[in-house]
Design a protein around this ligand. Structure first.
Ligand code: KG4
Ligand code: ZN
Length: 368
């Protein structure tokens, strides 16, 4: 049978960080993606006592939850195991124990159902995620800002991803989580810092803006994280001091994201046909932050870009985006062998990452 004859049904599996997720997806009459179900089991409870994601705990939690989450996603879609045409799983980049657990489940299902396996790059899932909710024509500039990633990518078409910038150390979400941990605000840190920031003065504490006034689009958050810890140590640790630090930190992140995105907008437009509309998409957990959204909206208005922020359920880690990337690979007949390896590192733009690694080039290759 020609694979394009019937709308294929793809099971997607995601387990690269701290969400265990599965989704069923197909395509509609005009080729648009149709999400049949999307189940996400969060591990917040498991990681809360540590104020951050603990890889070993994450891997064990995935192993415990994954079969049930897959089963739930299939039931919620109104389909059965026999209806699945292909199994797509995140194969990297991410915390290796988690990636292995999702990929192994996918391999087992692929083998027992006799259906192809598709190895998906988690970052490709994020890159395509705006298309889950509404049409979003290529090309667009994407800011992916989460607990695991901070990247600016020109998404020019399927398989055409150009890295314009990436963090050289921590992700922005990690800096939010660390700021919350230092001041014992709870986990995940982002929402706690945002709630407290409303009560503080964003100009009260002087914090660095790493890479300000440069013309590249890379990020660095390690210095900001340390500066926050120092500011808290030096403060009287009152509620007022905490609110001022939260507000000043959030303002620093807003400034850094807007400054580097402005540089990426120049790089993006320089290589884009002048007649094509300028689209900017922000995705990832940190995109939930209202102050950050507002500063990106202002930046877009100033630079003639239209801003799209997918609904939060597709912004944060989910398996629908993995199933969507899987669908695109399925249509192209791009399948994986059963011995495909899980990859802790897997840059989307491998040429740029190899030529100019943003965050180190260890024995396992460039990170981003
Ligand atoms: O995309 P996500 O759910 O998971 C990955 O890391 O891939 O992002 C989680 C991150 C956490 O670091 C969390 O603190 C941050 O997103 N976050 C926020 C907010 N909500 C979640 N950061 C700032 N403000 C928020 N409202
Ligand atoms: Zn992610």
């Amino acid at each position: 049978m020609n694979m394009q004859d019937k709308a294929p049904i793809i099971l997607g599996i995601e387990s690269s960080c701290d969400e265990t997720a599965a989704a069923m997806l197909t395509r509609g009459p005009d080729g648009e993606p149709v999400v049949l179900s999307s189940i996400i089991a969060s591990q917040d409870e498991e990681h809360r006592p540590f104020g951050g994601v603990v890889p070993e705990i994450a891997a064990r939690a995935h192993v415990k939850k994954i079969d049930h989450v897959i089963d739930q996603a299939i039931r919620a879609s109104g389909k059965s195991y026999g209806d699945i045409d292909a199994v797509a799983a995140t194969s990297g980049p991410g915390l290796i124990g988690g990636v292995i657990s999702g990929l192994l489940s996918a391999k087992g299902l692929s083998m027992s159902l006799g259906k192809p396996l598709i190895a998906v790059n988690h970052l490709e899932g994020h890159a395509l995620s705006p298309r889950l909710a509404a049409p979003c024509a290529f090309p667009y500039l994407l800011l992916l800002v989460s607990g695991g990633h901070t990247q600016l990518l020109a998404v020019r078409g399927l398989g055409q991803y150009e890295r314009l910038g990436s963090t050289v150390d921590d992700a922005a979400g990690e800096a939010f989580d660390k700021t919350a941990k230092v001041m014992a605000l709870g986990f995940p840190g982002g929402p706690a810092v945002e709630r407290l920031a409303v009560k503080g003065d964003p100009k009260a504490v002087k914090l660095p803006r790493p890479f300000a006034k440069t013309d590249h689009a890379n990020f660095s958050f390690a210095g900001l994280k340390t500066a926050v810890a120092r500011a808290f140590d030096a403060s009287d640790k009152s509620d007022k001091a905490k609110a001022d630090i939260a507000a000043s930190f959030q303002m620093a992140v807003c400034d850094v994201l807007a400054d580097r995105t402005a540089n990426a907008m120049k790089l993006f437009t320089a290589n884009t046909d002048g007649n094509s509309p300028h689209r900017f998409v922000v995705a990832g957990g940190v995109a939930a932050n209202k102050a950050i959204r507002k500063s990106l909206e202002t930046l877009c208005a100033k630079n003639g870009f239209t801003l799209t922020a997918p609904p939060m359920k597709f912004c944060t880690d989910n398996a629908a985006m993995i199933a969507l990337a899987g669908l695109e690979h399925y249509i192209r007949g791009s399948f994986a062998e059963l011995d495909v390896a899980a990859r802790p590192r897997w840059p989307l733009d491998s040429a740029a990452a190899a030529a100019n690694p943003a965050s180190g080039f260890g024995k396992r290759g460039p990170k981003s």
